[in-house]
Write a protein that binds this ligand. Structure first.
Ligand code: 5RP
Length: 222
């Protein structure tokens, strides 16, 4: 019986096989944030010298990449990347996701938007029939906390300020509990349109292109 950490490592290794297919001196790889992404970063160290570099979705991942001697580039200097590899808090069968458990959702969405393919790596426990059991992270401008919280409550959620947490962008996070997410794309648009919201952790309008889900029986590819 594999542990959850061993499953995460399997998913990360499956994504490294995709990196091997595209690696080259001009190639930049987009890198996500979280415990699964950390395992991917550790494996990516083997590609040192075989890539132009990486773009990180958080300061945490940037430090880990740099610790392995992998070049970390400014997104402003990168026009394209073949793949972006990241974990998820939940993913459904349409490959829509909830992300942002680590608070890096905004940079994750930005870096992912530049990549040709979003490769989601996770253990199979992240696969759900319907998104919403995991509280939806919403990055907000601090002065807008209460007005955004009222608007989220009007959408049926219970927003809770993530205590003592400041994002890499200097903002706060509201974790929204109790949302019944029947229409992930519609809700993503509604939440993102609230003034004061930087972005929400729904990745549905642009979801994953492929999910590599580690199971006790091996990798399940969606
Ligand atoms: C960070 C994220 C992560 O991808 C998500 O929280 C999953 O993390 P983990 O791989 O540790 O389960 O969105 O903002």
């Amino acid at each position: 019986m594999l542990t959850q950490d061993q499953l995460k490592k399997q998913a990360a290794e499956a994504a490294l096989e995709l990196v091997a297919e595209v690696a080259g001196p001009d190639v930049v790889i987009g890198v996500g944030t979280g415990s699964t992404a950390d395992l991917f970063i550790d494996g990516l160290a083997a590609f040192k010298g075989r890539l132009r570099g990486t773009v990180a979705s958080s300061e945490r991942s940037a430090q880990r990449l740099a610790g392995h001697g992998l070049p970390v580039l400014d997104l402003n200097d990168v026009a394209s990347m073949p793949i972006y590899v990241d974990g998820a808090d939940e993913i459904d069968h349409s490959l829509a996701m909830i992300k942002g458990g680590g608070g890096a959702l905004t940079r994750e969405k930005i870096v992912a938007s530049v990549a040709e393919r979003f490769v989601c790596i996770a253990d199979e426990s992240k696969l759900v029939q319907r998104l919403g059991r995991f509280p939806l992270p919403v990055e907000i401008i601090p002065m807008a906390r209460e007005v955004v919280a009222r608007r989220l409550a009007a959408l049926g959620g219970k927003p809770v300020l993530r205590a003592g947490f400041v994002t890499d962008n200097g903002n706060h996070i509201l974790d929204v509990h109790g949302l019944d997410i029947q229409d992930p794309k519609g809700l993503e648009g509604l939440v993102n349109d609230i003034p004061g919201v930087v972005t929400c952790g729904l990745f549905a309008i642009a979801g994953a292109d492929v999910a590599l889900l580690a199971t006790q029986q091996g990798i399940r590819r969606l």
